[in-house]
Design a protein around this ligand. Sequence first.
Ligand code: IMP
Ligand code: MG
Length: 192
Amino acid sequence: MHNDIEEVIITQQQLQQKVAELGQHISHDYKGRAPLLLLCVLKGALMFVADLARAIDLPLEMDFMVTSSYGSATESSGVVRIVKDLEEPIAGKHVLLVDDIVDSGLTLHYLLEVLRTRNPASLRVCTLIDKVKERAKVVTPHYIGFQVADRFVVGYGLDYAQHYRNLPYIGVLKPEVYQAPIDGADTSGKGR
Ligand code: IMP
Ligand code: MG
């Protein structure tokens, strides 16, 4: 286990099993509904979408969006900005928005509003983690990997100040890690 991690809350094996289940579920639901587009919200959903895409037994396309919000390293400010938009139109496509974690719900709420105006054939959300908390915005993902308590988590794509994305499990950082600035890291904004 990484030295900065206090506790592993979702193991690598649990992640693999859940992704396989989600892939089967999605393959079943989207059978005959082409074209399917996996829309990944970078950077946090990168690992998840890479594994999920390989667990879906259907032809599909992938595209990527980058969003950013201003705020502290662990709190969302609520102001969402699209830093990189999609490369292709989504009109007529079955869009599955893949995200790492729903926290305040502000990012997804905003993205869903924007995407709806572009007339996809359907639009659903698949999130790896759903934080159980009172949300600023109500967002109801169709597919949820895990529900976790309202704690800040890292690993499997999720970062703290751009670090820990490469951990193969999901864990909680030791409290002292938040106090000590990481060398050369920008802790002014929550990494997506
Ligand atoms: P929201 O807009 O507050 O729902 O969250 C937006 C984004 O913030 C998520 O998609 C994540 O990329 C990031 N985020 C929220 N909570 C966490 C966390 O516990 N760890 C790491 N990143 C998080
Ligand atoms: Mg994200």
